[in-house]
Design a protein around this ligand. Structure first.
Ligand SMILES: Cc1cc2nc3c(=O)[nH]c(=O)nc-3n(C[C@H](O)[C@H](O)[C@H](O)COP(=O)(O)OP(=O)(O)OC[C@H]3O[C@@H](n4cnc5c(N)ncnc54)[C@H](O)[C@@H]3O)c2cc1C
Length: 380
């Protein structure tokens, strides 16, 4: 039912407005045009899961997960789905501060698709808990200095949500930095895939912002974890849709081909690869449903969401490799969509947390949960 509803409300927009030009944007590393976000807002897609009080559609998490899967299925430019989640999510976090100035100046225009927001956290070589980007409080605000190495949507962003370490308290705080602020430089970054995301490196050279630009005044890392808890299941949901689309395109591409006098689709080795793909799609979707079940039961969203993102990302990368294997040369040349799918899927190794770090996180959390339980009374 959701598939039909997404097709009815957004199908034409995705096919006619978002999909055309995807190959060229990838080739030229050109970000999606900003009009697309405005149009997505106009048809009710951009803020579909944002609170009604902010002018959004108020869709609940299970509905949004199902919609995201369908959007990523219909949309041949995966970055559109990525960007569709980030800005409304940051807007919701700003709205949660309850501050009228932040809501009017940033959150509402973000939900209307007029301002794109990007999280600027990661720094090359810095430990996550020891950010090199520092903020110093002055009489009339803050001065921020540092460098963020890879910001999704950075070439489109206004504002950046910059996470910086307060030199006085050592706490991580979040600041809204605008690209026009003196001392801000953003530079386009070339990447292997997901190129229409508008990746940027952000330099902050004694950037002065007023006290009103503090969006997160304490425990910024806690805020980032909450952001990722949401972001990870959203990524898992969109990957399910992207995997489905790639699977279908793969089967379509194989249909007319034969080897050894037998259709390729009848070859056991090809069928095995297709079976792996189907299994990866189904298990990833099942984990998204598990996250939704956990949400309804009031369980720890972060842990479930991390498992879902990790699993779906691994399956998406494997699916890309399987497609290239069964397609042969057609999987490797750029005139077919398969090689771009694989390059885009590889972004998931690091996006919203490095896959290996997520494994460590899962292990640590599982042991901690056991220690808290009755099963290991001596651990307490
Ligand atoms: C597509 C994409 C989009 C991104 N978008 C954003 C964005 O919008 N905003 C943003 O701020 N950042 C973004 N990033 C950066 C992302 O957050 C980081 O790449 C990610 O956190 C991993 O950090 P790293 O690249 O420094 O790798 P590292 O953490 O340095 O990992 C490199 C290797 O070191 C290992 N390692 C790391 N820590 C440990 C440890 N404690 N013990 C043992 N081994 C360890 C890892 O397992 C891995 O093998 C993006 C990255 C990508 C690829």
């Amino acid at each position: 039912v959701i598939g039909e509803e997404v097709e009815r409300r957004f199908g034409a927009f995705l096919r006619e407005r978002v999909n055309p030009g995807a190959e060229e944007r990838d080739r030229d590393a050109r970000p999606l045009p900003t009009e697309i976000f405005l149009e997505a807002a106009r048809i009710g897609l951009w803020g579909l899961a944002s609170p009604v009080s902010l002018g959004g559609g108020g869709l609940d998490a299970p509905g949004w997960a199902a919609v995201l899967e369908e959007i990523a299925f219909h949309c041949v430019d995966l970055p559109f789905s990525v960007l569709l989640c980030a800005t409304p999510r940051i807007a919701a976090a700003l709205a949660a501060t309850g501050r009228d100035d932040l809501i009017r100046r940033y959150a509402l225009p973000m939900i209307r698709g007029e301002r794109i927001a990007a999280l600027a956290l990661h720094e090359e070589g810095a430990e996550p808990l020891a950010l090199g980007t520092v903020a110093r409080e002055t009489a009339d605000g803050w001065t921020i200095t540092g460098e963020k190495s890879l910001v999704t949507g950075g070439m489109l962003a206004d504002p950046f949500l910059v996470m910086a370490r307060d030199v006085a308290s050592d706490d991580v705080l979040g600041f809204l930095v605008e690209p026009s602020d003196p001392g801000v430089t953003r530079t386009a970054v070339r990447t292997l895939g997901a190129r229409s995301c508008g990746f940027a490196r952000l330099s902050l050279d004694d950037v002065r912002v007023g006290h009103d630009r503090v969006a997160c005044s304490a425990d910024g890392l806690g805020w980032v974890n909450a952001f990722f808890a949401q972001r990870r299941w959203e990524e898992a949901a969109m990957l399910v849709g992207a995997m489905r689309a790639s699977f279908e395109a793969c089967v379509r591409g194989l249909r007319a081909r034969s080897r050894g006098g037998r259709p390729l689709l009848d070859q056991p080795n090809v069928q095995e690869q297709l079976g792996r793909m189907v299994s990866g799609i189904a298990s990833s979707r099942a984990l998204v449903h598990e996250v939704m079940g956990g949400l309804a039961r009031g369980e720890d969203l972060a842990a479930l969401s991390t498992v879902a993102k990790h699993h779906a990302s691994e399956r998406a990368m494997e699916l890309g490799l399987s497609v290239v294997r069964v397609q042969g040369a057609a999987g490797y040349v750029s005139e077919h969509p398969f090689e771009r799918y694989l390059r885009d899927a590889l972004a998931m190794i690091c996006a919203a947390g490095h896959q290996d770090s997520l494994l460590r996180e899962m292990g640590e959390q599982a042991v901690a949960a056991l220690d808290r339980s009755d099963r290991f009374p001596n651990a307490r």
